[in-house]
Design a protein around this ligand. Structure first.
Ligand code: DGI
Ligand code: FE
Ligand code: FE
Length: 189
C-alpha cells in the first residue's frame, strides 16, 4: 500500500478534522524521518494510519479487545483513549494485510510509547505530539528539542503527557512509564 493510499483509507473513516491532523502528522513524521535517517516508507505508512481507529465507537474498540487473544486485556482497565492504537494496528493486519512489525508497532504504541521503541516508533510518536496543529504550552519546547535530539524530545513528550494525565487525575497506562523510565535511564543531562 502506498502512503497516499493509506491516507485515502484514513480519510474514509475519520472526521475531516481528525484526517487533517493525520495529514499533518504524516508530513511531520516524514520530515523527522529525513532528519534522523528513518525509513521514509514505513514512517509515512504508520503515520498515515496511526489514528485509523480513533473515531470509531468505543464499544467497537472494546469488542476487538475482547475478541482478539493477542490484544492485551488490561487495556480494558484503562481509559478508552489508549485503545485506538492497539486496535488500529490489529485492524491494519486484518483489513490491509500489513504484517510489518515496524509499521504495526508504530501504530500500536503511538499513544503510550513502550519499552525499546524503534526509530520508526519514536518518529511517529513524536510527530503526533508536535504536528503544527498542536497548541499546548509544552509543544514549543518539544519542537525545539526535536530539532536537535529525537530521544530527548520523546522523553520530554512522555514527561509532559504524564504530568498532563496526573493533572486530570487520570490513570496512566504502564507502557507510558516503561518508555519514560527507559529514556530517563539512558539519557544524561
Ligand atoms: O489520537 P491523538 O489525539 O492524535 O493523540 P494520542 O493518541 O497521543 O492521545 C490521545 C489521548 O490519550 C490524549 O488526550 C492523551 C490520552 N492518553 C495518552 N496516554 C494515556 C492517555 N489517557 C489516559 N487516561 N491514560 C494514558 O495512559
Ligand atoms: Fe492517537
Ligand atoms: Fe494522532
Amino acid at each position: 500500500m502506498k502512503i497516499e493510499e493509506a491516507l485515502e483509507e484514513s480519510k474514509k473513516v475519520l472526521t475531516q478534522k481528525r484526517y487533517d491532523h493525520v495529514e499533518r502528522v504524516t508530513e511531520t513524521a516524514i520530515n523527522l524521518s529525513e532528519q534522523y535517517h528513518g525509513d521514509h516508507y514505513r514512517v509515512g505508512l504508520a503515520a498515515a494510519l496511526h489514528d485509523y481507529a480513533k473515531d470509531m465507537d468505543f464499544s467497537i474498540l472494546k469488542q476487538w479487545i475482547v475478541d482478539h487473544v493477542d490484544l492485551p486485556k488490561d487495556l480494558l482497565n484503562y481509559h478508552h483513549e489508549v485503545w485506538h492504537g492497539p486496535v488500529g494496528a490489529k485492524m491494519m493486519e486484518r483489513f490491509f494485510m500489513i504484517h510489518d512489525d515496524e509499521v504495526l508497532n508504530a501504530i500500536r504504541y503511538h499513544t503510550t510509547g513502550h519499552k525499546h521503541m524503534s526509530l520508526t516508533e519514536k518518529i511517529v510518536f513524536l510527530a503526533d505530539f508536535i504536528e503544527p496543529g498542536r497548541d499546548f504550552p509544552a509543544v514549543h519546547e518539544a519542537r525545539k528539542i526535536a530539532e536537535k535530539d529525537l530521544d530527548r524530545a520523546c522523553h520530554f513528550a512522555l514527561e509532559n503527557s504524564i504530568h498532563f494525565l496526573i493533572s486530570k487525575k487520570q490513570s496512566i497506562y504502564p507502557d507510558t512509564f516503561f518508555a519514560y523510565n527507559e529514556f530517563t535511564d539512558q539519557l544524561t543531562y
